[in-house]
Design a protein around this ligand. Sequence first.
Ligand code: ZN
Length: 158
Amino acid sequence: MPTGYLKDGTKIIPPSMLGVKMAEKTKKKISEAHIKSGLTPPSRLGTKRADMIGSKNIFWKGGKMKDYPILFQIRLSIDYSLWRQSVFSRDNWKCQKYGIVGGVLHAHHIKNFRQFPELRFAIDNGITLSTKAHREFHKIYGKEDNTIEQMEEFLCQQ
Ligand SMILES: [Zn+2]
């Protein structure tokens, strides 16, 4: 079952799983698997995220959201989260480079986020990559002036 966590600890849940209650046994199994695989940082074991509670949660009305840089705000927005889920879902929760399903997935912007504001929420401009593939892509091509051609080249490389 494809689940995972983003760098910031956000849990990735496929749309088909939303609203589905898991059996306690399953939950425990998954939690154990996450701990084993290192998906749960040791610092978070058995703790609630202090930064997500009440007034400390930046989504809290009257919170400090407005103080964050605009690009960061967009990345935390509902629209952005929907965009990411749509990209994952279209790609069947599979890294398009290595074919890994689930785990920690990244929705990469084919034409980069900063320079192409009009494509930030275009599903066609997104592609699902594993952490490894995502890191490799930006290492080779950088984070500016990214193109479809670069992505095609990257996906074809062995
Ligand atoms: Zn990227």
